[in-house]
Design a protein around this ligand. Structure first.
Ligand SMILES: [Zn+2]
Length: 419
């Protein structure tokens, strides 16, 4: 008998999307209400609430929960929660406690209704310091907090639209109740979530397979939030991952799905949130690589690993599968990680671990030029995202040690079409 992990808080899933038959009536009522346009991050959180990913939250957080999530990683009722989920408005948005407000996206589509239970101001510096470990507005997550309105509105929400997601990502947009049903159907008890917003190359394949080694199956879980320049569109990613799964994985051990979060890049705190909502999707484990959910050197390469050591299983049942940097190593003659590569284990790293990581991060963000894609001078094959895009644009041969031929072919077609 499959025995999936219970949702967070040990309570039934709490999707806030209204049943289909109640949506029209609610929308009619919402049209008569004052409208509050949400930021893209707030919309993505509303969709996460709607699908049940943030169970058991009933809506956007009040002041005590906001402070608790920031400072103690705990709601007022004691439940573990590592990041505030909040909604803001301008000082001049006239609304009183007890009012209902219609929540709209950037285009004005009404998505749901908030019953205002609380209005409060926050200390944005405190939130950024606790959550992002920086107040640098060059950090995109910090910038969004600083740009949000000065007043937070809290209260339960009911949602009647998930925007374009179910239509655009038909078959991929799976809600927690749906992934749980799929896992149960397959007889799985332990499932590892593998988070990605990229196509899967050999290093990603290696991590997913390592996860299958210790779990019944893996959920390849794509971020479907807004695309950044240079990102591969979801349909191309899905096709390339489907090809990889069909040709290089044992049958029946992989499910692909997508979800609507907008990344905050909060590093360790966000890694905890990623594990928390994976619990709601039915996943017992989360693959946590180097600098999970981080960017640009704001966090140490293993900060997102270490923070799990501070959180017990009673608070967070979904546990990390911690992985070091993964690459093809010509000295090892195969896929390797920083943990297992014997060439890296001799202790002679003239650059030093932290500096080597910063140098790699600089290449990945385009701040430094990448080295040529042949055998690297340290025997490890690494290609930055920027360099990889160049190689596709110039139709250079991508080494088979880096990516499978079918994946390369699908991506090359995409780059040829957009050239
Ligand atoms: Zn090696």
């Amino acid at each position: 008998m499959p025995n999936l992990i219970a949702p967070h808080g040990n309570a039934p899933l709490k999707p806030l999307l209204l049943p289909r038959e109640e949506r029209e009536e609610a929308l009619k009522r919402a049209r008569t209400l004052k409208k509050l346009p949400l930021s893209s991050r707030e919309v993505s959180d509303l969709f996460m609430l709607a699908m049940g990913a943030y169970s058991p939250l009933p809506g956007f957080m009040g002041a005590a929960d906001w402070r608790g999530a920031c400072v103690d990683m705990r709601l007022e009722n004691g439940l573990f929660w590592p990041l505030p989920i909040t909604l803001s408005c301008g000082e001049d948005f006239a609304v009183a406690v007890g009012d209902e407000v219609a929540l709209t996206d950037g285009e004005g589509e009404i998505l749901g209704i908030l019953s205002v239970a609380e209005k409060y101001g926050i200390d944005k510096d405190l939130e950024c310091h606790e959550i992002y470990r920086t107040n640098d507005e060059a950090h995109p997550g910090v910038a969004k907090v600083m740009a949000q309105g000065p007043v937070n509105l809290a209260g339960p929400v009911s949602v009647f639209s998930e925007g374009h997601f179910p239509e655009t990502y038909r078959g991929l947009y799976l809600r927690p109740a749906e992934t749980r049903a799929l896992f149960a159907e397959k007889g799985w008890s332990t499932v590892a979530a593998f988070q990605t917003r990229n196509p899967m190359h050999r290093s990603h394949e290696f991590l997913a397979k390592a996860a299958i080694e210790v779990c019944d199956g893996v959920l390849i879980h794509q971020v479907l939030g807004a695309l950044k320049a240079g990102d591969i569109p979801a349909d191309v990613r899905v096709r390339s991952i489907d090809w990889l799964v069909a040709n290089h994985f044992a049958e029946g051990r992989v499910i692909q799905a997508g979800y609507p979060i907008e990344m905050r890049y909060a590093g360790p705190r966000e890694a905890l949130l990623h594990a928390l909502f994976r619990q709601n999707f039915g996943c017992s484990h989360l693959v946590v690589g180097r600098d999970h959910a981080g960017l640009g050197g704001y966090y140490g390469p293993f900060d997102a690993h270490r923070i799990f050591d501070e959180v017990g299983e009673d608070d967070l049942a979904t546990r990390p599968l911690k992985f070091d940097d993964t690459f093809y190593c010509f000295d090892c003659g195969g896929m390797a990680t920083g943990n297992v590569c014997f060439a890296a284990a001799d202790g002679e790293d003239p650059l030093g671990e932290e500096d080597r990581y910063r140098a790699a991060a600089a290449v990945a963000t385009g701040a430094a030029a990448s080295r040529p894609c042949v055998r690297e001078d340290d025997g490890k094959l690494r290609i930055s995202g920027t360099r990889l895009r160049e190689m596709f644009a110039d139709r250079e041969a991508i080494p088979p040690e880096y990516s499978r031929d079918g994946v390369i072919a699908i991506l090359q077609d995409f780059y040829d079409d957009t050239a």
